[in-house]
Design a protein around this ligand. Structure first.
Ligand code: NDP
Length: 514
């Protein structure tokens, strides 16, 4: 078994025993568990097991699989306190962040996929316009790929990591989940949950480990779903290409928020603060930069600054204790710090926050910056922290131009009391999802596709595409009437060939037939 080489990244520099990864509570610095660092052989054995049991899982059909998923939905609600405690302890996030964005998502996703998998994956009867095929039965079928690999990040161990496994299972696949080394405990609890809910053994397995475990997983599966950084996403895409397996990538973002001069400034300020600080800013669709039209800039900044100054930050010990929790991933502290330092060195002004919090745990103070521009990393690179840089713009045109001046294109938001104008601006933003007078909430609509434009990803989760990606299209053609020999079969004869030529001329000779 391999030793833990990267543990300084995952666990604040604390090494575990050989082959073990220590899991740390980032809000307290305490080591709360260790998990195995699985090697390629273990991943291969898991893959064999997953493949062996997949046909029986598929054979249960949508109804049989749906029953297991609905039992899991109830389990999640019945055991929510235990799940929240697990999530909070390994991520350092607040109780509310775990309840709102993880429990509620997981519970709704189980119901959604149990109900909608049969609809999205139903056989489609096809009629061909080709007259030669008249009388044949044709079906487009979505068959499960077999064994799906999911590589997940640390920011939402239930929603982002495990969440992608739900549609893969609903489609009839076996799944191996490789959670982030930082947050493996929630995934292991989800495995326990599915077993208690009657999922056949081996259909869902968790491969704990480091990046090498993720690489080994790509070598074994029929399809890979990855969520994480754009840099690692590229490596995953290359590895998938080598094996010619499909991949779906949900990557980084730098979501802009545009505040038009006619916006409800109180709502816009509340939204800017919540959607930038929620989960300590460690959400792929966090609000990462704000553009405000000049006439309302000062009032907006004043509102935002006083709201951010009032936020309580610390170790969440239960409901209502703090608004902002810890940074889950220790290197994030350095990244946030360096983005703030870079901005300040180029002329930005910090209005509130701006530094790490002293004392135990990994905390960065909720931070508001002004006098920012696109020469600064804080406005162009994914920060993934509790920072809110706000830039003054002359008009909506400048805001749209700057919003689109990014290699990323995951989400965006626009605030205006004129909702038609807001929508018109939204349509001009180069992003996978744009909210008007809201942000991020599109994620809760499982009917809507969620995926990134530009370097923010490939493919999408949710909606029909969010489950069809775990299947392969299969075309079935059944010839119900089958003479001994069709006229196009051997042997060829001049007469038949000429007759067919005349038929094609009649069918297509006018240039108007589909
Ligand atoms: P990564 O993209 O490096 O990690 C995501 C997952 O991929 C982890 O499970 C990781 O394992 C695994 N992994 C790493 N290398 C490979 C590889 N070559 N092949 C297969 N799997 C691999 O993200 P980080 O955790 O390093 O975070 C870096 C940045 O990514 C953050 O600062 C943030 O900007 C962004 N991010 C975006 C997220 C999103 O929701 N889109 C979520 C999390 C981060 P291991 O943890 O063991 O390295």
């Amino acid at each position: 078994m391999a030793t833990v080489e990267k543990s300084e990244k995952g666990s604040g520099g604390k090494k575990g025993a050989a082959g073990e990864i220590p899991v740390e509570n980032p809000a307290t610095g305490e080591i709360i568990a260790t998990v195995p660092n699985m090697g390629a052989d273990e991943v291969r054995a898991m893959a064999e097991r997953g493949r062996a049991v997949q046909p029986a899982w598929e054979a249960l059909g949508f109804e049989g699989r749906g029953r297991v998923l609905l039992r899991a939905q109830k389990w999640l609600i019945d055991h929510r306190e235990r799940v929240i405690q697990t999530i909070v302890s390994e991520t350092g996030k607040t109780y509310e962040d775990a309840q709102l964005a993880e429990i509620s998502y997981g519970a709704s996703a189980f119901g959604f996929w149990a109900k909608n998998a049969p609809k999205y994956l139903a056989d489609v009867k096809v009629k061909s316009s080709n007259r030669i095929l008249t009388g044949k039965k044709m079906i487009l079928r979505h068959r499960p790929v077999g064994l799906v690999g999911v590589i997940g990040p640390w920011n939402y161990p239930l929603t982002n990591s495990f969440g992608d496994c739900i549609p893969a299972l609903a489609a009839g696949n076996s799944v191996i989940l490789k959670p982030s080394e930082i947050t493996p405990l929630t995934s292991l609890l989800m495995a326990e949950m599915l077993e208690e809910c009657g999922l056949p053994s081996g259909v869902f397995q968790v491969a704990t480990g480091l990046g090498d475990t993720g690489r080994a997983l790509i070598d074994e599966v029929d399809m890979i779903m990855f969520t994480g950084s754009t840099a690692t996403g590229r490596k995953v895409a290359v590895a998938a290409a080598e094996r010619l397996i499909p991949c779906s990538l949900e990557l980084g973002g730098k979501d802009p928020m545009i505040i038009l001069r006619d916006a409800d400034l109180e709502r816009a300020a509340n939204a800017a603060v919540f959607f930038s600080m929620q989960n300590s800013g460690q959400t792929c669709i966090s609000t990462e930069r704000v553009y405000v039209e000049a006439p309302v800039f000062d009032e907006f900044v004043e509102k935002v600054t006083s709201k951010v100054a009032d936020l309580r930050q610390g170790h969440s010990t239960g409901p209502g204790t703090v608004e902002v929790g810890a940074m889950t991933f220790p290197p994030q502290l350095e990244k946030v710090e360096s983005h703030v330092a870079d901005a300040v060195s180029k002329g930005a002004k910090v209005l509130v926050g701006g530094k790490r919090r002293e004392g135990a745990g990994d905390f960065f103070e909720p931070t508001v910056m002004v006098d920012v521009d696109h020469s600064m990393e804080a406005m162009t690179e994914e920060t993934f922290g509790p920072t809110l840089p706000i830039m003054k713009v002359e008009d909506a045109e400048e805001a749209i131009r700057l919003a689109n001046d990014s290699p990323y294109g995951l989400g965006a938001s626009v605030f205006s009391k004129d909702v038609e104008r807001g929508e018109a601006v939204a349509r001009r933003i180069e992003a996978g999802a744009v909210c008007v007078n809201d942000a991020m909430l599109n994620y809760a609509a499982l009917e809507l596709p969620m995926g990134g434009a530009k370097t923010s990803g490939l493919g999408s989760r949710h909606g029909a595409g969010g489950i069809r990606k775990y299947t392969e299209q299969q075309a079935i053609m059944v010839s119900r009437f089958h003479p001994k020999r069709d006229m196009h079969m051997y042997p060829y004869s001049e007469k038949v060939t000429q007759r067919l030529g005349k038929l094609f001329a009649v069918l297509y000779g006018r240039g108007d037939r589909g």
